[in-house]
Write a protein that binds this ligand. Structure first.
Ligand SMILES: [Zn+2]
Ligand SMILES: [Zn+2]
Length: 264
């Protein structure tokens, strides 16, 4: 059985021993592919994600962007370098980008402007978008719609909204990606979306190093744990992990425009 972790952060601040051991443990549980997200206060994580994908092209794709937390850092110089990084063939998507009104680390108007600017970049480069949205459902959907994000589509990562949001996102050309949140007992609206979303529009992810799924709560989350998330999604859809896994791999490969193979 094979799986792809469509959203993980592997920066050295989270995994001081480097990505190697983490990737090996994931491979051992059947995780053959990874989309590594490179975002942060500077573009260093973006450069590292591209380098990692270049070093392991069979199994790793990169996504680069400016997280809404860091929206104030997107000046013209950062935009120019990000554009050249995002143009690289190792980069499968622009992201994560979006809005986060929970933490408000950047002012909301700055978040909205950065989001719009980076949707335009994705459209220019014809790459899908990885969307981060927290406590900003209406603005997120409005900006995706208004800025023509449906031309490239993408993934709503770490889905934590409800069925109405999911329906609009699907209509806008966005797939739904489930993180460890779907394994939480009280995430009732996320369970409903996991059960009802068309099979060809779903993904699984860890969003490592945060949000470890049940039964790994309390540990730093790593890509190997995507197995638990996929198993819970299968259960909610009244199917088996063995039947769901190949569909998830196909979905990720179609959306990200590449095949994933284990490196060995
Ligand atoms: Zn996120
Ligand atoms: Zn993330």
């Amino acid at each position: 059985m094979k799986l792809i972790d469509t959203h993980c952060h592997l920066d050295p601040e989270y995994f001081p021993a480097g990505p190697g051991p983490v990737l090996d443990r994931a491979n051992a549980t059947g995780v053959i592919g990874f989309m590594v997200i490179g975002v942060g206060q500077t573009l260093k994580p973006a450069r590292s994600a591209v380098d990692l994908a270049a070093a392991r092209p069979a199994s790793i794709a990169a996504a680069v962007g400016v997280h809404p937390h860091d929206a104030t850092t997107l000046d013209d110089a950062a935009y120019d370098e990000l554009r050249s990084l995002a143009s690289r063939p190792e980069v499968a998507a622009v992201g994560e980008i979006g809005l986060d009104y929970h933490y408000d680390h950047s002012p909301r108007d700055v978040q909205r402007a950065a989001f719009a600017r980076l949707i335009a970049l994705a459209r220019e480069l014809r790459k899908p978008i990885v969307v981060h949205t927290r406590e900003a459902p209406a603005d997120t959907l409005d900006i995706l719609d208004r800025e023509g994000a449906r031309d490239v589509g993408g993934i709503i990562h770490c889905f934590s909204e409800d069925e109405a949001f999911a329906k609009r996102a699907l209509d806008l050309g966005f797939d739904i990606s489930f993180s460890g949140i779907v394994t939480f007992k009280n995430a009732v609206s996320v369970h409903a979306v996991a059960a009802s979303t068309p099979a060809d529009r779903i993904h699984v992810e860890t969003d490592s190093p945060y949000l470890a799924p049940v039964p790994m709560r309390g540990k730093p989350c790593e890509p190997a744990y995507v197995l638990h998330t996929a198993r819970r999604v299968a259960e909610l859809r009244k199917t088996s992990l063995e039947e769901l896994a190949p569909i998830l791999v196909q979905n990720a490969e179609r959306r990200l425009g590449r095949r994933f193979l284990s490196e060995s």
